[in-house]
Write a protein that binds this ligand. Structure first.
Ligand code: HAM
Length: 443
């Protein structure tokens, strides 16, 4: 939180002796939470307008859900999941490393497949991944997550993209600054054919690729396309494109997605190396980034796609689905970079009191003012008038009320206009009415 000029000097503490947040995790201080609150407000307005409804699965789920749903060979499950064993039942649980698997579990467990489809849900909350902390990459971060479950129509892929775009636009992003990168990774049938071609191609370049890619080729070959190692970029660029291997149905599906995007005027970049890091994806995958940033080094603001097999994999019926998640910290950083300054609402009145009798009256008046919906701040713990006036200035309220011993005896109160400096003495029992009138004129 930035320090204000009239704040007292910092008192130093010995940080080594302090219990600090775990690495990669941070406190969200009040001035930062302003951005989170604003983001939630815009998300709620935008997504409910698109008929998505909020749904929150628990932060802890059975670890098996993610092993099965995300894939046990993915980085998220293999290296980054925070797991624990409960003391009494010895249950293996995991702090959620993403929303989708939990939402799909909730869809199946609550019989949502019996409701009219698609089921359109959104969520907002903390996510945990034990990644190497760096700028824009935390071990606890927030996601805004959107899912549309129960239908395979390309129209739903586009709706999720359009809702994402509207959300970013309502947050203050310029469409021309954003880039939607899109690809299709086909269905189970065409994917195995493509993977064979990809492995064949990479095997000709084994000497020229990094150690991680050699490992990926064995356990999760599609992920070689996600490698950021400069050594592998040229090999990756010449790799076969999935689009040449899509089966007729997948080709049709992807063509329809792109046609609708064209028709509604959404620009996108076809990215044949976009595969995403979670195993449940099929067909359309996409990411949203800031345009000016380098694709290999920049971080995505959002990522998503179709996951047509996940509901069945987690014990449900055959229900295709599509969704996306936004990294909230990355959005907040962009909002700050765009100089979107947010401020706390200022109180309308600052109440100053002097002397025991005035303090007693001030408690009663403060409560009455707040009940009358006039936001008022006071320092009833302070007796010194100068420090109260200093705080009244700092709070920047348009009016101050001053109640001293004499005013209490006379049944009056002083009303000071903080902009003009003019002050008037008003009968105590008329002050709420008087303030209402003046505030209505001012605001
Ligand atoms: P994801 O790409 O893993 O997708 O994460 C989505 C977004 O979360 C990223 O684009 C990024 O903005 C943010 N993010 C990821 N890791 C971090 C981190 N360590 N620190 C800060 N932000 C981060 C998923 O999670 C999928 N479940 C999305 C989805 C929903 N697909 C279908 N439905």
């Amino acid at each position: 939180m930035p320090r204000k000029v009239n704040q007292p000097p910092l008192k130093r503490i010995n940080k080594r002796r302090l219990l600090q947040t775990p690495r990669g995790m941070k406190d969200i201080l009040p001035e930062d939470y302003l951005y989170y609150d604003y983001l939630i407000e815009i998300a709620k307005k935008t997504l409910e307008f698109y008929n998505f409804r909020r749904c929150e699965p628990p932060v802890l789920e059975k670890a098996e859900l993610y092993n099965k749903g995300i894939g046990s060979n993915t980085d998220i499950v293999e290296k980054e999941m925070y797991t624990l064993k409960t003391k009494e039942e010895g249950e293996f649980l995991a702090l959620r490393p993403e929303y989708t698997a939990g939402i799909v579990r909730a869809y199946v467990e609550n019989g949502m497949f019996n409701w009219p489809q698609p089921i359109k849900l959104y969520s907002f909350g903390p996510i945990f991944r034990h990644e190497k902390p760096q700028a824009g990459r935390y071990r606890q971060f927030y996601q805004l997550n959107i899912e549309s479950i129960g239908d395979s129509s390309p129209a739903l892929d586009v709706e999720v993209i359009l809702a994402s775009r509207a959300f970013l636009e309502n947050l203050g992003f310029n469409q021309s600054d954003l880039e939607i990168r899109i690809n299709s990774i086909g269905c189970n049938k065409c994917r195995s054919i493509y993977i064979r071609a990809l492995v064949r191609y990479y095997k000709q370049h084994l000497k020229d690729i990094c150690k991680d890619c050699r490992k990926r080729l064995k356990i999760n070959p599609l992920r070689v396309l996600d490698c950021k190692n400069p050594k592998c970029i040229a090999i990756k660029d010449k790799a076969p494109s999935f689009l040449d291997y899509l089966c007729d149905n997948c080709k049709d599906h992807f063509k329809n997605v792109l046609d609708i995007l064209d028709n509604v005027g959404v620009s996108y970049v076809l990215d044949k190396t976009l595969v995403r890091g979670l195993d449940y994806y099929s067909r359309t995958v996409f990411e949203i980034r800031k345009k000016d940033k380098d694709k290999e080094t920049s971080l995505s603001l959002a990522g998503g796609g179709r996951y047509d097999y996940l509901v069945k994999l987690l014990g449900g019926l055959d229900r295709p689905a599509v969704g996306v998640a936004f990294g909230v910290e990355r959005l907040v950083e962009e909002m700050k970079a765009m100089r979107r300054n947010l401020e706390f609402p200022k109180p309308k009145v600052f109440l100053i009191q002097l002397g025991d009798a005035a303090k007693k009256q001030a408690f009663i008046l403060l409560e009455k003012l707040r009940k009358a919906n006039i936001s008022t701040e006071a320092n009833l713990e302070k007796d010194n008038i100068n420090s109260q006036i200093k705080n009244a200035d700092r709070v920047n309220a348009p009016y101050a009320l001053i109640l001293g011993q004499q005013e209490v005896l006379d049944g009056m109160i002083i009303l000071k206009d903080m902009t003009s400096g003019l002050q008037e003495t008003i009968p105590f029992d008329r002050i709420i009415e008087e303030l209402r009138k003046r505030l209505a004129r001012k605001f």
